[in-house]
Write a new protein. Structure first.
Length: 159
């Protein structure tokens, strides 16, 4: 069964659902968890210099603050579930690659992540990090689409 689960988060409610699901699964199978959040690098491309609204330092400060918020929520979920949890914040221009590379580097045997459920043209235009991970990952990916509170409760009582 699974021994090390990677759970990527973007701080959204859907990602929080994936964190809760992943923590419940980890508890049920006695796995450890790594929670990852990925920030895009600072971009300086703009038509006019006046359009750039912040400095790289301000951007980095904002992303570090947001990442800490997302990862603290994951740590709280891990503590509540009684699961060993490591957190990571990376900067990468292609989040799906950061997810896949982290899973490989950490020897994870499962990725649990949320799907934002975009359909039609918005899914094509906006893309989906989940779809990219599903397409390129060499390890299993479990996609969480809705809250599943209490789903693993019967399994947890068996351990």
């Amino acid at each position: 069964m699974h021994r090390h689960i990677l759970i990527p988060t973007d701080g959204s409610e859907l990602s929080q659902n994936a964190i809760e699901y992943g923590m419940a699964l980890a508890k049920a199978v006695n796995a450890k968890v790594t929670v990852l959040t990925v920030s895009a690098p600072f971009q300086t491309f703009a038509v006019e210099s006046g359009m750039i609204t912040g400095t790289p330092e301000e951007y980095r400060k904002r992303t570090v603050t947001l990442a800490a918020k997302y990862l603290n929520a994951a740590k709280e979920a891990a503590m509540a579930a009684g699961v060993i949890c490591e957190t990571m914040h990376l900067e990468h221009d292609q989040p799906y690659l950061a997810i896949i590379e982290t899973a490989a580097q950490k020897s994870c045997d499962l990725i649990v992540m949320a799907s934002h459920g975009r359909r039609g043209i918005s899914a094509v235009v906006l893309g989906s990090e989940t779809v990219k991970v599903l397409t390129h990952s060499a390890i299993p990916v479990l996609v969480v689409r809705a809250p599943h509170r209490g789903f693993f409760a019967p399994l947890a009582s068996l351990t």
